[in-house]
Design a protein around this ligand. Structure first.
Ligand SMILES: Cc1ncc(COP(=O)(O)O)c(C=O)c1O
Length: 452
């Protein structure tokens, strides 16, 4: 029985066929395409698209993943307290990313909440965070009744600008929450130095950064605690899921206790009984863990494939005027490429608006997105700071100044207008598929006047 539209087996067969195809196909250099691309009509205005073939679907899995699922079902041990799969995954994931301890959680959001709680982020605190992130990063800070204070973004690296972090530290600041967004490592040496100088804790949001590297360490292992997501679209997916990672036994025992209703855990809580600390239920199920154990097996080879294809895209896309690929932050050694990002400078495209550029690419068969907007103006920030709780916790002057500061994120604002993303599963395809992307961008460039 076939289980999905595009199983891992199909993927492997497809990949092998693709590899053979690649060997037979001569790669045609960009310049050779230019003439024909100038003559060809953009798909958006009725021409033939560069690509009509589908991209692979995500997630992928193989039949080997099915038996362990059935075993868990038949064992009747479906929760982490009764089974062994969550623990097994914790040990293996720790080894994979170089963390001494791992606690699995229900999601990345709950991992971040647990990490902030045990590191003492409290009501009335300020947490310096990147505005350029998935909304969960804002939400978890509001969940603690703390204020997310946005540092500006470095447009080249898509991550927090350390100078901007420094400017925002005040007596209420308790933590820095760097986000390795899109898989791109944040500037952790500088961030850790600022934290040390001001006595702040560092919680890494590595929810998009499995196997990303900074220096010789993996993202998630550079701050006080690191948090991961294993949600459906992530590189190691289980529908929903997350983890907190760290090296400090006291902290990790507290994370375990917090995620398990406040029950004491580990040597640092030895002798305690009942409910000595506050807690919550943020536990992963054994079903999630059993999927993760099989998904994790290909994490390394997938990461290598994404890297190879991303470097190829970098080398070609940067030749096209107005296309500025991301840069790694100082000290960063490897992105996870959850997204492949670049900046689109419309002035090189005769002022063709980014939305039109994106629509043109999609029409050529290349899925893409403009990424995050100015989410701090969407309503949730205002809704939070208008609430009774926030008005009790922060002075009127502070909240007014905070509101005003949201208008002073010039680099982030520009990035939200210029970013373009391709998706991680596209980077798992063959080099000839990367050529489709490159030729589509080049075709849009050559035909920019027709698209206006
Ligand atoms: C940067 C970032 N932080 C946090 C999260 C939250 O993770 P989850 O969806 O597993 O709760 C996500 C998920 O997409 C994310 O991308």
């Amino acid at each position: 029985m076939k289980t999905d539209r595009y199983s891992r087996r199909d993927f492997i067969i497809g990949t092998a066929a693709g590899a053979a195809g690649t060997m037979l196909t001569t790669h045609i250099p960009l310049f050779a395409f230019k003439k024909s691309l100038q003559a060809s009509k953009p798909a958006l205005t009725g021409g033939d698209p560069v690509r009509t073939r589908d991209w692979m679907k995500w997630p992928v899995w193989d039949r080997d993943a099915e038996d362990p699922m059935i075993e868990v079902l038949r064992s009747g041990n479906w929760w982490s307290g009764g089974g062994t799969r969550c623990q097994e995954f914790e040990q293996k994931y720790g080894r994979l990313i170089g963390a001494r301890r791992v606690v699995t959680t229900a999601s990345g959001t709950t991992a971040l909440i647990a990490a902030m709680h045990v590191l003492g982020v409290d009501a009335g605190d300020e947490v310096i965070v990147s505005p350029y992130t998935f909304i969960a990063t804002y939400n978890v800070i509001f969940n603690q009744k703390a204020l997310p204070v946005f540092a500006d973004t470095n447009q080249e690296t898509f991550t927090m600008n350390p100078h901007s972090i420094q400017e925002r530290v005040n007596e209420r600041t308790s933590a820095i929450l760097p986000v390795h967004i899109l898989g791109l490592p944040a500037d952790m040496n500088r961030i850790n130095a600022i934290a040390k100088k001001h006595g702040l804790v560092v919680i890494e949001d590595a929810c998009q950064a499995w196997l990303a590297e900074y220096g010789d360490k993996m993202c998630g292992t550079l701050g006080d605690l690191g948090c991961f997501s294993f949600q459906q679209f992530k590189h190691i997916p289980s529908g929903e899921g997350g983890a907190v990672v760290g090296d400090d036994d006291r902290l990790m025992d507290l994370v375990h206790a917090y995620h398990n209703c406040g029950r004491p855990h580990g040597e640092t809580m030895a002798g305690l009984s009942g409910y000595p600390v506050r807690g919550s239920n943020k536990r992963m199920t054994e079903f999630q863990a059993v999927i993760l154990l099989s998904q994790m097996k290909r994490a390394r080879s997938d990461a290598d494939r994404r890297l190879e294809n991303a470097l190829y895209l970098d080398s070609k896309l940067k030749e096209i005027p107005g296309i500025i690929p991301y840069q790694l932050a100082d000290g960063a050694t490897r992105s996870a490429y959850h997204l492949y990002p670049f900046r689109y400078k419309k002035e090189f495209f005769d002022e063709l608006p980014r939305e039109r550029f994106l629509a043109a690419l999609r029409a050529e068969g290349i899925p893409c997105s403009g990424g995050y907007g100015q989410q701090y103006f969407d309503g949730l920030v205002e809704e939070a700071i208008k609430s009774r709780g926030y008005r009790r916790l922060f002075s009127k002057q502070r909240l007014n100044r905070y509101r005003e500061e949201l208008h002073h994120l010039p680099d982030n604002d520009q990035l939200t207008r210029e970013a373009v993303w391709f998706y991680q599963h596209m980077l798992l395809a063959e080099k000839k598929d990367m050529d489709d992307i490159i030729h589509a961008v080049q075709k849009v460039y050559e035909n920019r006047k027709q698209l206006l």
